[in-house]
Design a protein around this ligand. Sequence first.
Ligand code: TYM
Length: 336
Amino acid sequence: MRVVSGIQPTGNLHLGNYLGAIRNWVQMQDDVAGDCLYFLADLHAISLPHNPAELASNTREMAAALVACGIDTDRSILFNQARVPAHAELQWLLNGTARMGWLNRMTQFKDKSGKNREGASIALFTYPVLQAADVLLYQATHVPVGDDQKQHLELARDIAQKFNNDFASEDAPVFTLPEPIIPKSGAARIMSLRDGSAKMSKSDPSDMSRINLTDDADMILQKIRKAKTDPAPLPLLEKDLEGRPEAQNLVGIYASLTGDSVQAVLTRFEGQGFGAFKPALAEVLIETLKPISDRFHALRADTEALDAILIKGAERAATLAAPTLAAAYKALGLQR
Ligand code: TYM
């Protein structure tokens, strides 16, 4: 087994990232017999307008946040994409296999380019090919992600399959088909606190829409108190949460943080309104996030230590990437 996953180093780590992906990254360090590679997708971050100085500091900050969440850099390989040129190289090689029609179907490109499709960068369009390169480069078997990345992982499998069919023999495929690992509970898609139909996201202009892993207790309490809800009390049965996306989201977050089922949470809070439920939710959030935030603040200032972690990680990653990159060049008839 080999686990590979990435996160864009844009802005803060938020609760959606944590419950949807990072918590699984941490858990898989214990559960998986094999390498875990986790990276900051700084090459992906240039697909949207960005500030270069901020990208450099956000990359280190995100590294500090991941270590604070429990990524152990002795056991896992933590690095930033830009330090391993094989990612960009393999993307180019895969560009010959990926089809325009496949990329045209990617919902993230449609969402992010919005009405300005013609003005979007080429990088935003070919973003999923780089993401395919990220995982295929290491022969990843398992890719822990939130639900919003499922389509990109399916594309990675399609690219791998077509490349193997076109350029490799059946008994010696160049690429392994990766399997997405998506949380089963509500954590697969944590929604905005202001709108139960939009996912919690770094790009939402309102900071009140998300819980950041660095928010202090007062801020968490305020955000949960102001979170959008409806006037009805909590029902006894899970099916009665249907059509109540904000209630569903908050109960799902509570369940995911405590490890209880949604049904167990409802059995406990049945008949109570949000006046009672919200403070209880804020309390579990504060309890979970406080140690992470304390560790983050202790780590973030030591830029030398963070750079050393990323440089060492990149060296280890480059070594693991080399054989697959060489095999891809060779399969295509390219001499190097
Ligand atoms: P990114 O940086 O948007 O998010 C990082 C991880 O957090 C998950 N996530 C969520 N999960 C549940 N609810 C939410 N509201 C929520 N918001 C984000 C994402 O699913 C993701 O797992 N393209 C990727 C980065 C990437 C990557 C890769 C991932 C680049 N190469 C290779 C896996 C494998 C992205 O932008 O994730």
